[in-house]
Design a protein around this ligand. Structure first.
Ligand code: ACM
Length: 631
């Protein structure tokens, strides 16, 4: 009897460790991974060895110590030689072309991690964390956890070299600590470029020592909360209590923090458009003198009537015909270039409304003098001069798609955001390109039905972001540096909201830029995401569950409104009600398109999996759904 009980327990342990082995949730999925039966159990102490002379060793040791001690209480001890339980080594070989690659082996002898560089070792460790139980992410001691690692053999390397995330710190100011947390989250998913959108109409966030007014005036605005774009205008005398900026010392600290995690920071100074904060400090730099500039606080001054057209009520552009503009930009880029080691400086270049330039006598003179045909050429003249300034500081210029209008500056790199066509074209013209198409990687857009999401615009559902291919068909791969997701922050008031927009779509982009296209699999990805949700619960990081919410199609059937629903995630059942009661799983199960019954004014929808609600209760008023019907 005792023997039978013991056998049962062993079987369970076996099944338990096999279960862990069978479905490890690695994001991004590695190039090659083989699991073997069994797992390596960690004790109270873990010996670690490093290759001699390893750059960044002190940081890696500290990284290991804090990760293993917090939740697992495992003490990391450095030992010399190759007999450590966790042995890190570097190697040089002709067969590994990629310096960010790594190989990880876990067997009875312990863990062997090898890589050609400190970056590769760091990425291998990020994979190692994901092989441990989710409780490793807990901020406090986790009791009763079997700290085991599945026996496996992993060979891995990134698909592209630029794996970026953009954080808009201009519209919403994120503190230095919040940026560090963002960097930690990026690093865990093997991102390696943090693009900081440092300036915009709503704030100038970088100390420029020679021009202190930029931050004294440009970094602060009146405080507002509520719905972006509908805020009341600021009274010029209103206290400017919202904002902040990074001193150059702050930036140095962030650069060092990011570099330890193999992340380079790309600075963006967005000009000539998006410059209201700049103009609040230096009003004479626009082509419309006398404008009472203030840092924009979220009242709407740009309008987007559709078809890609837009216009502004206020001239928020620097004036390409004003020589003083180039003098100040020289001063700014001198300091930016000295501060940021990355080879590129991003100068924005997007969404400059040219209507104010058309009215300017100074621009007319410039056009005559420089033989510029139209406003695109005026913009291109500006961009090319900025390119020369940036080049004179030993850096290369990067800009959004619009820098292609009127002719691309020599050597300029394009960050392609208006779909993929700009990036494809620029790569064919042999200009370096980072693909960040708003159709796939804009993680500020809606990810679920607008009636059940915080207000924003557009739509990039998770599945769409997972379809992102950083090297699209038609592009010259030799000129595609990589891909990037962008988190604009107009409508974000908190880190919780930022995290909600970012995850899980930033998992999708992380896998798209790291893993081979052939390894991507939507169903497997969804399964793995769910395990990372558990990790995020442990770590206290927010995420969206909108992938469980159905996608609606609304049409008129005779005179009634008909709603069709489908889910992007498999194996969900959709239950619904028209009677104002939140539908549980005893309510009707959605199978075919449903028609609003006479008298009903609201459809409520909730998805279930295995009898449990999952995702949000969606409350869908008939009046709002009617607006979606195309006439
Ligand atoms: C952009 O989204 N305006 C680059």
């Amino acid at each position: 009897m005792v023997k039978a009980w013991l056998f049962g327990c062993l079987l369970l342990v076996g099944i338990g460790s096999f279960a862990q082995v069978a479905e490890p949730a690695l994001i991004p999925v590695p190039v090659e991974v083989k699991y073997m039966p069994g797992s390596y159990r960690l004790g109270k102490e873990l010996t670690v060895s490093f290759p001699s002379g390893l750059e960044n060793k002190a940081f890696l040791l500290e990284h290991l110590r804090s990760k293993f001690s917090t939740a697992a209480g495992i003490e990391v001890k450095e030992v010399a030689g190759g007999n450590a339980q966790l042995s890190l080594s570097t190697f040089v070989t002709d067969t590994i072309q990629n310096f960010e690659s790594y190989q990880l082996q876990i067997n009875q002898q312990g863990v062997k991690l090898s890589a050609p560089s400190s970056a590769g070792l760091f990425y291998g460790l990020q994979t190692l964390w994901q092989l441990l139980p989710p409780a490793i992410e807990s901020k406090s001691k986790a009791e009763g956890v079997n700290w085991s690692l599945p026996y496996c053999s992993i060979k891995d390397a990134p698909r592209v070299g630029w794996r970026g995330l953009m954080l808009d710190v201009a519209r919403h100011f994120f503190t230095k600590q919040q940026v560090k947390d963002f960097i930690d989250h990026m690093a865990a998913y093997k991102y390696n470029r943090l693009h900081l959108h440092l300036t915009d109409d709503q704030g100038w966030r970088l100390e420029i020592k020679a021009l202190p007014k930029l931050t004294e005036v440009g970094a602060f605005r009146g405080e507002r909360t509520g719905r972006w774009g509908e805020f009341g205008k600021q009274d010029p005398k209103e206290p400017k209590t919202y904002g902040g900026y990074y001193t150059q010392e702050d930036i140095k600290e962030l650069l060092a923090y990011a570099a330890q995690r193999h992340i380079a920071i790309l600075p963006e100074i967005d000009i000539p458009g998006h410059s209201m904060a700049f103009l609040a400090a230096y009003p004479d730099l626009s082509c419309t003198p006398g404008t009472p500039y203030q840092v924009n606080g979220g009242d709407r001054f740009m309008h987007w009537p559709g078809g890609g057209k837009f216009y502004g009520d206020i001239d928020n552009n620097l004036c390409p015909a004003n020589e003083r503009v180039y003098g100040l930009l020289d001063t700014i880029f001198t300091e930016v270039a000295a501060l940021f080691p990355i080879e590129y400086i991003h100068m924005g270049g997007d969404e400059a409304y040219k209507g104010w330039w058309e009215k300017s006598a100074a621009i007319k003179d410039l056009m005559k003098r420089e033989k510029l045909k139209d406003m695109h050429e005026v913009q291109s003249y500006f961009v090319k001069r900025v390119g020369k300034i940036i080049a004179s500081k030993g850096k290369r210029m990067m800009g959004w798609d619009e820098i292609m209008e009127g002719g691309l500056a020599p050597g300029a790199a394009v960050m392609s955001w208006q779909g993929e066509k700009g990036g494809i074209a620029a790569s064919k013209m042999k200009h370096p390109v980072v693909m960040s198409p708003n159709t796939y990687t804009y993680v500020d857009l809606y990810q679920g039905d607008p009636l059940s999401e915080p207000p924003t615009y557009g739509m990039v559902r998770l599945k769409k972001s997972y379809e992102f291919n950083p090297v699209p068909e038609g592009a010259d791969p030799a000129y595609v540096l990589g891909g990037q997701a962008n988190l604009w922050s107009e409508r974000l008031h908190t880190v919780r909201h930022a995290e909600y927009m970012l995850w899980p779509r930033a998992f999708a982009v992380a896998e798209s830029v790291w893993s081979p296209q052939s390894k991507k699999d939507w169903n497997s990805f969804v399964n793995r995401i769910e395990q990372h949700f558990t990790r995020f619960d442990q770590a206290g990081i927010n995420y969206s569950t909108s992938m469980y919410d159905p996608m609606l199609t609304v049409r008129l059937k005779d005179t009634s409104v008909e709603v069709s629903m489908q889910t992007e995630v498999p194996n969900l059942s959709i239950h619904y009600s028209f009677d104002e009661f939140p539908p549980d799983n005893f309510y009707p199960l959605y199978k075919d398109p449903i028609v609003f019954p006479a008298g009903a004014s609201t459809l409520r929808v909730q998805t279930y999996r295995n009898g449990k609600p999952i995702g949000k209760l969606m409350i869908l008023p008939l009046a709002d759904l009617r607006k979606r019907i195309r006439k």
